[in-house]
Every structure is written in structure tokens, then in C-alpha cells.
Design a protein around this ligand. Structure first.
Ligand code: BES
Ligand code: MN
Ligand code: ZN
Length: 477
């Protein structure tokens, strides 16, 4: 259930309202009594940032805008303030809210609406008493005649896609296996307009995707490989941009088994990269952005079974390179490598991969940022960084020196799949580089893909990280 976002020309007197403002004198148009104005003035003098006026037929929330010099920090503070509104809305059973910005600053209104909507995401499927838990808010009205229908359409498409990406992650593997992922993508392709082709095990075998097949050997279920495409006539790029997403629907580690407690319990989220790619394809196509995209998603679980691959195995990948598997828990890079070498056939202008790839990335930056690296030029990384700070899906770029390749040398094969204890996120990236021959950005989202508690507008569980980042990047492409 998503939230409906609409534009509205003027303030409706009977509906609750959030007023974003930086100055008391700008509040005139909202209709306050003299007593209310006195109270608001006093509150602002007392440095209150959030003021609630209950007018009985409606509630007016006044949010004083932060005065950060840094525009990105300011916008993020506005988003975080929006997330705090949820408890007030629920307590008062408010289902419609208007948002006004007293200078008609569209960007702040959109930021506030975006975070308000994102903070309202819920995953209630498995509760018996879902209806008691349901948030009250249904409609957001942006009061601003300057906002274009295009902006509303893009915002709605984005919110819906992030919701979807979160749900894909939140569903446990007992439901969200590779086959179910395909069904979800099929429904989205019909709804949003991108094309979908699905390779089944036979085709994956004939393509000799040895990485995906090796990881799948321990599974009770066959693998899938999804190919999504969005090719609008007005595309700005001639050669496509390819997005590759890690689709491990559950990572037990295989025979290099993860210890339980913390490290395995949330590994249903190991398809967070796949969710981000599917979500981005959905958002971009639904919003009709003029950019040619291909989405590739290899999918399997990484489990133990009678025929599971074992430490020491040597496998042959889609591009013919051999890999000595010294740890079956380094499985993500094996399925991604096949997808990355498959991507070569599109002669892409640029390739992104998104993957919950390494614990080392989490150790380096926690849940606050995505670890980025690759062979794309500095201009691409700079533009990506602009999107990263503007959406606050922040990235940190790692060094990507060839010296790191030394750590992946095997005694009996072209490569081994682990690089040792040090620089774990970089050696994982260096492994992948062997399967690329185009400008490429690797995004290790292991940290920010999953939250163990509500964090501002990120809800517990899957965050949908990557969708807002890439959508912004493609909007400005
Ligand atoms: N899916 C994990 C990485 C991960 C860890 C994601 C924590 C999210 C949170 C990945 O498949 C993995 O197990 N990586 C290993 C690689 C190692 C064996 C070289 C890791 O990081 O420990
Ligand atoms: Mn693993
Ligand atoms: Zn994994």
C-alpha cells in the first residue's frame, strides 16, 4: 500500500497541513487566530523548530526550516524532520495532509513529501492484526502551483519503486525465492513498461555461467537470470547503460558456513542489489526517463546440499576464466562475474553493479554509506557523488590500484575467489574487474541495504538503497 501524492492549487481550509517556513512573517496566508499567532511567535522566539496547533477541525504543523549553509545537509534535515511527523499523524488518525512551503520552494516541499512517504512504508503481511498497525496517512497534497505534473509523476514513481525494493528484501526466502523474484519483476514490467526476459537453468547452462551454476549446486531450486530492458525512443544514450544486481535470495555461506546469531540471520537481504536494480528499472520506466537501460540479475540461494560446491573446487566462468573457490561464502562475486561478462555483449557505455558483497564494506563505513570503486572515469564518479549527496545515499570511493590484484592469484587457476583478511571490499571489486571490459562502477551496498531499526525515513529491514541514487543520476544524465 503506497501513499498517493498529488498537487493542489490552494490551501484547503478543512485539511491538516504542514507549513514549512523560515520566518514568522510568512505565515499569514495560513489563517491563524490572533491567539494562535501569539503562541507561534512565542514558540519561535523560544527556538522551537516544530510547533503543533490543534484547530480541532484540522491540525497545523509548523516546521521551521534548518538554516544550514550546505544545501544537501539542509535538505536531509528537512527529510529527517518529515519522518518525525508520522507519529503525530497516526495519533490523530490523519489520512490527508497538505504541505506548504511559504516561499513556494518546490525542492523542499518535494524533499519533505518524499521522506514523509518513505517513512510510512510498512511490511505487515505476516501480522494477524495488520489493520490495527496500519498507518493512517493515505494522501499527500503539495500546495504549489509551480510544481509540474512531471515532478509529481517522478516522485510517485520513485516512492513506489523504493517501497517495492524494500518489500523484495523484507520477504523471507521461504516466499521470495528466485522464481518468486521473477514473478515480482513480471508484474512490475507490465505495470511500468520495461521488458523482461528470463533465462532458466538450461539456458544458463548453455551460456556456461559457471559461477551462477556452482553457487546454485547446493540449492533445492534452479537458478534464474533476469534480463530487463528499457529502450525509450528519446533516449539520450546510444549504447545502453547496464545495471547488474546481486540476487542471492539467501546466503548461508554454503559449506564455508556462516555462524548463526548475527551473520546469517538477515541474509535474506543478500538480494538487496537485485532489488535496487529491479526498483531502478521500475522507477525509470514508470517515470519515462529518456535513458536506455539494461538490468541483469542472476539469482539463486547459497545453501548446502548433497551436491553443493566445495572449498577447493575449480570452476570455469562465463568468460572462460577459471576460479579456485577457497571460500563458498564469497559467492556474490561468482554470480556477478558471470553477469558482468554477459554485459559485454551490449557494448555498454557504462555498467553499474550493486551488491551486498562484503562484510568488509560494513566494517569500513557502517550502514551510513555505500562503498564505491571501479574503472569508470573521474567525471562519472563525480556526477555519481553529486547524486549521492543530493539524495543522501552517500558513497565513499575506495582506491582501486592494480597492486590489489596480486592478492587474488591462485596456484592452480586463473584466480581465487578470496583475497585475504585485508582490504576485503577492494579485493572483491578487483575480482569483478576481471570480468569487465567497459567503464564500470561497483557499488558495495552491504552496509546501507538493511537497517535493524527504524532510522529517520529508512524503515526497519530493507531500505531500497540504490534506487534513489541511480534515479537521480539518470534524471540528470
Ligand atoms: N553477503 C555477504 C556479505 C555481507 C556481509 C552482506 C554482511 C551484508 C552484511 C557475502 O556473500 C559474504 O559472505 N562475503 C564474505 C566474503 C569473504 C568470505 C571473502 C565476507 O564479507 O565475509
Ligand atoms: Mn556470502
Ligand atoms: Zn552473499
Amino acid at each position: 500500500m503506497t501513499i498517493n501524492i498529488q498537487k493542489q492549487i490552494s490551501i484547503a481550509a478543512s485539511q491538516s497541513i504542514v507549513v514549512l517556513t523560515d520566518n514568522f512573517d510568512k505565515l499569514k496566508e495560513v489563517q491563524f487566530s490572533d491567539d494562535e499567532l501569539y503562541f507561534i511567535k512565542k514558540s519561535i522566539e523560544n527556538k522551537e523548530k516544530f510547533i503543533v496547533i490543534n484547530q480541532y477541525k484540522r491540525i497545523v504543523f509548523i516546521q521551521i526550516l534548518p538554516d544550514d549553509k550546505d544545501e544537501n545537509e539542509k535538505r536531509e534535515k528537512i527529510r529527517r524532520a518529515a519522518a518525525k511527523l508520522k507519529s503525530y499523524l497516526n495519533r490523530n488518525k490523519i489520512c490527508d495532509i497538505q504541505i506548504v512551503e511559504t516561499d513556494n520552494k518546490t525542492q523542499y516541499q518535494i524533499d519533505y513529501a518524499e521522506a514523509l512517504a518513505l517513512s510510512h512504508y510498512q511490511f505487515l503481511k505476516y501480522f494477524e492484526n495488520k489493520n490495527d498497525k496500519l498507518n493512517s496517512l493515505k494522501n499527500i497534497f503539495l500546495v504549489n502551483n509551480k510544481i509540474s505534473d512531471e515532478e509529481i509523476k517522478q516522485l510517485s514513481a520513485l516512492i513506489e519503486a523504493v517501497y517495492k525494493a524494500r518489500t523484495l528484501v523484507n520477504e523471507p526466502v521461504s516466499f521470495m525465492d528466485a522464481e518468486q523474484m521473477v514473478k515480482e519483476a513480471e508484474a512490475l514490467s507490465k505495470d511500468c513498461g520495461f521488458k523482461l526476459e528470463v533465462l532458466e537453468k538450461k539456458q544458463i547452462e548453455s551460456l556456461k555461467m559457471g559461477g551462477l551454476l556452482a553457487v546454485n549446486k547446493g540449492s533445492a531450486k534452479p537458478p534464474r537470470f533476469m534480463i530487463m530492458s528499457w529502450e525509450p525512443e528519446n533516449a539520450k544514450n546510444e549504447q545502453p547503460i547496464v545495471l547488474v544486481g546481486k540476487g542471492i535470495v539467501m546466503d548461508t555461506g554454503g559449506y564455508s558456513l556462516k555462524p548463526t546469531a548475527d551473520s546469517m540471520d538477515y541474509m535474506k537481504s543478500d538480494m538487496g542489489g537485485a532489488a535496487a536494480v529491479i526498483g531502478t528499472m521500475a522507477a525509470v520506466s514508470k517515470a519515462g526517463l529518456p535513458v536506455k537501460l539494461i538490468g541483469l540479475v542472476p539469482m539463486t540461494d547459497n545453501a548446502i546440499g548433497p551436491d553443493a560446491y566445495m572449498p577447493g573446487d575449480v570452476i570455469t566462468m562465463h568468460n572462460g576464466k577459471t576460479v579456485e573457490v577457497l571460500n563458498t561464502d564469497a559467492e556474490g562475486r561468482l554470480i556477478l562475474a558471470d553477469a558482468l561478462s554477459y554485459a559485454q555483449k551490449y557494448n555498454p557505455e557504462l555498467v553499474f553493479d550493486l551488491a551486498t558483497l562484503t562484510g568488509a564494506a560494513v566494517m569500513a563505513v557502517g550502514t551510513l554509506a555505500t562503498v564505491a570503486m571501479g574503472t569508470a572515469n573521474e567525471d562519472i564518479f563525480r556526477r555519481l557523488e553529486i547524486s549521492a549527496f543530493s539524495t543522501f545515499e552517500r558513497i565513499v570511493q575506495m582506491p582501486f590500484w592494480d597492486d590489489y590484484k596480486e592478492m587474488l592469484k591462485s596456484n592452480i587457476a586463473d584466480l581465487k575467489n578470496i583475497g585475504g583478511r585485508m582490504a576485503g571490499s577492494i579485493t572483491a571489486g578487483k575480482f569483478l574487474e576481471h570480468f569487465t571490459d567497459y567503464p564500470w562502477v561497483h557499488l558495495d551496498i552491504a552496509g546501507p541495504a538493511y537497517m535493524k531499526k527504524d532510522t529517520d525515513y529508512l524503515t526497519t529491514g530493507g531500505t531500497g538503497v540504490g534506487v534513489r541514487l541511480l534515479f537521480d543520476f539518470f534524471k540528470n544524465y
